[in-house]
Design a protein around this ligand. Structure first.
Ligand code: F6P
Length: 377
């Protein structure tokens, strides 16, 4: 690798939901850049909003010290998009202001740490001529082009710990306990935690369930003398009726354009709201059918908080430190992705807007099925 660029200004921001490991990545980027003595690193506050409002902090050695083990992000985050910035009760396209501030700060590169939404926003900025690099962070692990995202391992550990704890109380009370795990569109977390925690049923968005099949699997356990069951359910799990309705609209969307497409997108959104995230209602139905006492635990943002796991610190650190090589080589418009023990540059246009769903025949699904874990299908 011929390393070219040796000085300049690097901007860093964190956008979208926070994730354990963000500070480790900021530290990796900052310390590597600063140690060369020639790069200055500027952190923008609260995602793209901070760049738009020019709110920043110099990431010097002092700022970068003692943050490796901290959860959250020292820079703050938001879900605000450059082209749809909430301003005084409406959405305004602030891309031009962001581009202007990029230049005002004499940035040579902007590193955006984020998930799928951040990737889309960063890609738009790259199309506006900015030198942008993204790093894949999300507890959902739903980004294409990378082996894994940082934050996933920590969240997985938290969810597994919760399932372990719920086992003893479910068993003592002979109850069904449903544990809702984050993941609105994808089920990696629920699947991984369910498998590692020994859940008896796992419901994920990619495999639509029916309440009858789920109840059947639990009653079958009862007939084998198992008086409790743990159900790991992704927040975006969906029953077959909802999934079929959405699929029918998505088929129409392929051909649709303009207003028709917008109307169809709206319909999908409404169905999403109606059919996803209905864990409490599902618990009531399950209790009625099985006549077994049923309780729900929603893990929610617990999964995003606290100290990053060792694996996430490692991952975030090596992605962060390697990012400086790409900047020095003036390789922009890329996501720095995990490729085994190495990192690789993935062109943003190859992965933007694409979602890394759980394939229904993924080895984790097959292992779970071999263990008689029900997917409610
Ligand atoms: O994308 C990460 C994630 O934690 C999802 O799993 C979840 O659906 C969403 O963010 C929650 O978002 P918010 O923190 O904005 O409520």
């Amino acid at each position: 690798m011929v390393l070219k660029k040796r000085s300049g200004h690097i901007g860093v921001l964190t956008s979208g939901g926070d994730t354990p490991g963000l500070n480790a990545a900021i530290r990796g980027i900052g310390k590597t850049a600063v140690s060369e003595g020639s790069f200055q690193v500027i952190g923008f506050k609260d995602g793209f909003r901070g760049l738009m409002e020019n709110r920043s902090v110099r990431l010097d050695n002092q700022m970068l010290s003692g943050i490796l083990t901290l959860g959250g992000t020292i820079l703050g985050t938001s879900r605000d998009k450059p082209h749809k910035m909430p301003m005084g009760g409406k959405y305004v396209d602030m891309t031009d202001v962001i581009v202007e501030n990029y230049h005002k700060n004499h940035l040579d590169a902007l590193v955006c740490l984020g998930g799928g939404g951040t990737l889309k926003n960063a890609y738009r900025l790259a199309q506006n001529g900015l030198n942008v690099i993204t790093l894949p962070k999300t507890i959902d692990n739903d980004i294409m082009g990378t082996d894994v995202t940082f934050g996933f391992d920590t969240a997985l550990g938290i969810a597994v710990d919760a399932i372990d704890r719920l086992h003893s109380t479910a068993s003592s009370h002979h109850r069904i306990i449903i544990v809702e795990i984050m993941g609105h569109r994808v089920g990696w977390l629920a699947l991984g935690a369910g498998l590692a925690g020994g859940a008896d049923a796992i419901l994920i968005p990619e495999i639509p369930y029916t309440i009858d099949k789920l109840a059947e699997s639990i009653l079958e356990r009862v007939s084998r003398g198992k008086r409790f069951s743990i159900v790991a359910v992704a927040e975006g799990a969906i029953n077959r009726t909802g999934a079929n309705k959405i699929r029918a609209i998505e088929k129409k969307m392929v051909e649709a354009e303009g207003e028709e497409l917008d109307a169809l997108k709206k319909q999908v959104k409404q169905l999403d709201q109606e059919y996803r995230g209905s864990t409490i209602q599902m618990a009531e139905e399950l209790q009625q059918i099985t006549r077994l006492e049923t309780r729900v635990t929603i893990l929610g943002h617990l999964q995003r908080g606290g100290t990053p796991s060792a694996l996430d610190r490692l991952l975030a650190t090596r992605l962060g430190t390697n990012t400086i090589d790409y900047i020095r080589n003036e390789q922009f418009g890329i996501m720095v992705a995990v490729d085994g023990e190495r990192t690789k540059a993935v062109p943003m246009e190859e992965v933007v807007g694409r979602i890394n769903y759980v394939p229904p025949d993924h080895p984790w699904v097959i292992s779970a099925r071999n263990l008689d874990t029900s997917f409610g299908d």
